[in-house]
Design a protein around this ligand. Structure first.
Ligand code: KG4
Ligand code: ZN
Length: 343
């Protein structure tokens, strides 16, 4: 390894309930460690104060493990990249403070990363043993996570144009909140996906938004699931248990339809060669399937991230840091976490 020209980026992620650290060597993944906090399960959602404390307890072992798995020394790190926002303020603060102290101790540059941009740039992580075939600029990315839902036109590593976004709940929240209505534990998204495999997606119909333009809305859909279920449960108290698979399949089908409808409208106007999927909900089997179908219909190439890069991870933070490092885009030691951030 040539110590002078090699770029080794340590990435740190702590925006929500995953504590992550990853190491990239010249853009290629050496290690990626994620600790998913399980303290929130009992509460049916992420409890911010518990998340901050769990990050505090885990950040050192997680970073240590990432460095150890990468088989590098701390001294060989070229820069420390970290999630500045958006996310939970207390959780972000743990990662930001840790990254600042480490960069200061090592006398290395500090690189702030935007969490939502990082989800998109996960497509540019070089993974050993797999072909590197990233989307070509400009491309359209559908970013679907627990906190955000956006259609973004990506012009370059550092130029993101938001074409549409949710005006209320995110797609992940739509999954998690409707799963909660069905009595499923948090996070409900992956469970709905699993149960939907054995269900009929046409069994039940739920409301879809009728808003103009490229923005999303999931609140009407969520309310329609709640009211329909209250009515059906009144008639038969075992309704949701008896029809769980069909309910999950129908919920998953409707959320996916809502997502693909708007994306298709965008693609008719913004002609691009490549389209990409990003964020936690891109792990969903129906979303992945329908996204690939849409790409074929539109004559585009579909880029669907491997599962490890869908949900929150630090590899995507390190990848974003890598491009900023090449551009010399560094942050000062005065930097603070930002719960809300423009793209
Ligand atoms: O991107 P992410 O890990 O965290 C945020 O930045 O929000 O996304 C988490 C979201 C959760 O709402 C979770 O339920 C959802 O992604 N999710 C899924 C699946 N896997 C994760 N939703 C539906 N189906 C899945 N297989
Ligand atoms: Zn995320």
């Amino acid at each position: 390894m040539d110590q002078n020209s090699d770029i080794i980026i340590l990435g740190i992620e702590s925006s929500c309930d995953d504590t992550g650290a990853a190491v990239l060597l010249n853009g290629e993944l050496l290690s990626n460690v994620t600790y998913t906090q399980d303290v929130h399960k009992a509460w049916g959602g992420v409890v911010p104060e518990l998340a901050s404390r769990a990050h505090e307890a885990r950040i050192i072992p997680v970073v240590d493990a990432a460095i150890k798995n990468a088989k590098i020394t701390k001294q060989s790190i070229s820069a420390v990249a970290f999630t500045r926002g958006p996310g939970l303020p207390g959780s972000l603060m743990v990662g930001v403070s840790f990254a600042k102290s480490l960069a200061l101790a090592l006398q290395r540059p500090l690189i702030e990363v935007h969490h939502m941009q990082a989800h998109i740039l996960a497509h540019f992580i070089k993974t050993p043993g797999t072909e590197y075939d990233p989307p070509e600029f400009p491309f359209i990315c559908l970013t679907v996570s627990g906190g955000h839902t956006q259609i973004v036109k990506v012009h370059a590593y550092d130029r993101f144009e938001v074409l549409g976004e949710t005006i209320d709940d995110a797609a992940g929240e739509a999954f998690d909140k409707t799963a909660k209505i069905l009595g499923l534990p948090y996070p409900g998204g992956p469970l709905v996906d699993k149960l939907a495999q054995e269900g009929n997606p046409q069994a039940f119909r739920f409301a879809r938004p009728a808003i103009k333009g490229y923005d999303y809305s999931f609140s009407g859909f969520k309310t329609s699931v709640l009211y329909s279920l209250q009515k059906w449960q009144k008639e038969d108290p075992d309704f949701s248990t008896k029809h769980l698979n069909d309910l999950c399949a129908s919920i998953q089908f409707t959320i996916t339809e809502i997502l693909m409808d708007k994306l298709q409208q965008v693609l008719k106007v913004h002609r691009v060669k490549d389209i990409a999927l990003a964020g936690g909900v891109s792990a969903n089997s129906e979303v992945r399937r329908r996204f690939a179908e849409l790409a074929v219909r539109q004559g585009c190439r579909a880029h669907i991230p491997p599962f490890a890069y869908c949900t929150d991870n630090a590899a995507m933070i390190a990848a974003s840091g890598h491009f900023k490092y090449l551009a010399g885009d560094f942050s000062s030691q005065n930097i603070m976490a930002m719960a809300r951030m423009e793209m």
